[in-house]
Design a protein. Sequence first.
Length: 260
Amino acid sequence: MKERTNGNEAISEHGAFSQADRDAVYQAILARRDCRSFLPDPLPAAVVKRILVAAHHAPSVGFMQPWNFILIRSIEIRERIKRAFDRADLEAARLFPVERRSLYQSLKLEGILESPLNICVTCDRNRNGPTVLGTTAQADMDLYSTVCAVQNLWLAARAEGVGVGWVSIIKIDDLRSILGVPDHVVPVAYLCVGRVAEFAPIPELERLGWLDRIDLDRLIFKDRWGEAANDPIADANDQEKSRDDFSIEHESSDLTRRLK
Ligand SMILES: Cc1cc2nc3c(=O)[nH]c(=O)nc-3n(C[C@H](O)[C@H](O)[C@H](O)COP(=O)(O)O)c2cc1C
């Protein structure tokens, strides 16, 4: 593939990043972790700003940008959130079969008080009026857009060396009343954000035997739901494959090895 240079970066004719830049993107994706243990160090405002800018550049249905970011540092508010978590966590434990309950109860599933910053990412369902391009047939696209913003934030934070933990074991009504969120706005994600001692190489739930990562090949169908295939990713005319036998799987494991 022919490459031209743009400043310091090599950009291919198809707009692909240089190998180093592609590696950096995949590295952020593969090395991102859900974090539940935090150091107390405060985060520089410039870092917080950059990860919020990343979130704000997420795709959104009809360019609706339905998100807001409530930055929560107040210890009093975080204590109320933590109590709401404790109530929901107690309820949750009872829902698991007895044989999984003690493992569930041993998991640390939040870092609300120890992280220096909590962020609630919300979705304003009325933003830009009642009819939004792209939501007419699928009404929840504004919520999905907000989740895209969360993922951008999470990846940018990882690149900045900032841990993020998503806490969903809190009743939405508790979030609404504690944070004063109006009815037309949905609290989509409650995030704990801060420096961490380490980013674990694999998900904690995997390490502790809660669940394993599913084999990607089992999740890919060909043309219709449930239709498995030997090599569903490769197209018959796959030039990339014949060129250098590149495979995401190969690339991923190589990157993962290098990250350890
Ligand atoms: C929508 C959503 C809600 C989550 N809620 C919680 C939660 O309440 N507590 C928790 O410890 N982790 C929560 N997580 C984190 C997942 O457990 C974690 O993403 C998963 O175990 C994979 O680990 P990784 O993010 O480190 O790759 C949540 C993740 C998502 C995407």
